[in-house]
Design a protein around this ligand. Structure first.
Ligand code: OOG
Ligand code: MG
Length: 260
């Protein structure tokens, strides 16, 4: 199986909301580098269909997540304009396989970030911090994947919602913020931003370093999801989801099976 075949299978799985078997099950030598090559080609297919790159998501940046997934290194995926859902908007379950949702912290870049920035340099390039939700929907059966598979599959990313309270990082400490995820008014996950590499902006630093390896940088306006701090919660028809992050307000959405 060549990389193009893998890309086509993943793109079809995403478009048709059907699952595939993880590729490492049959290709024992499928590497992380090839996983990123596939992700690149996947982004190219989305762009050909008219989607625009608006930012990046970090994954596996927290202990609970690493435990849940049984793996241990930060990874990154892309975000397009088509993946964005308005605060209070609807997540279509019909268009997804087995979606789960997780609270996130998002950064919006005020100016370009490149190279190997320090935490302080990264933070000073951020124009706003907000709370967010990410919908993950692994295209693999039972969310069963290894690192190269999940990287190829755009790190399971499917949709995201940004909150509407934009906070300047200037006088705002974000290393230990309480995070709550509610489903239909019931708290289902609790966490702290400390779970994201000890400070969510470290995730931003890691992303810039990852992009730098490919000679790329983060442009002004880019949206960055820092990575989950809790386990993800499975979505069911009619679920009303709300995430709140201390100091960053709240963000909401509803899951619905009926096609739009
Ligand atoms: C991979 C996505 C990880 C995060 O925030 O750590 C992720 C997965 O768990 O399927 O989005
Ligand atoms: Mg995430």
């Amino acid at each position: 199986m060549n990389l193009k075949t893998i890309v086509d299978k993943l793109y079809a799985a995403e478009t048709n909301a059907t699952e595939v078997k993880r590729f490492t099950a049959s290709l024992s030598n499928f590497t992380m580098e090839q996983g990123y090559e596939v992700q690149e080609l996947l982004l190219a297919l989305h762009r050909q269909s008219g989607a625009k790159l608006v930012g990046w998501k970090m994954g596996m940046t927290s202990k609970p997540k690493m435990l849940q997934m049984g793996i241990s290194a930060p990874i990154r995926g892309f975000l397009t304009d088509r993946m964005q859902i308005a605060d209070g908007g609807e997540i279509s379950l019909a268009e997804r396989i087995h979606p789960k949702i997780e609270p996130e912290i998002a950064f919006i870049l005020g100016r370009e970030l490149s190279g190997q920035p320090s935490l302080l340099e990264a933070l000073s390039a951020v124009s706003a911090v907000t709370c967010a939700l990410e919908v993950i929907d692994s295209r693999y059966e039972n969310f069963d994947f290894q690192l190269p598979d999940v990287v190829a599959d755009n790190c399971s990313s499917s949709a995201f919602v940004l909150g509407s309270k934009l906070v300047s990082p200037r006088n705002f400490s974000m290393e230990n913020l309480g995070i709550t995820l509610e489903c239909n008014g019931r708290p289902v996950q609790f966490g702290s931003s400390a779970a994201i590499l000890g400070h969510p902006a470290r995730s931003l630093v890691e992303l810039v370093k990852l992009l730098d390896k490919e000679g790329a940088s983060l442009p002004p306006g880019a949206i960055v999801l820092a990575g989950g701090a809790t386990a993800a919660h499975p979505l069911a028809d009619g679920d009303w989801i709300r995430a709140s992050v201390e100091g960053l307000g709240a963000v909401e959405c509803r899951a619905s099976r009926s096609p739009k």
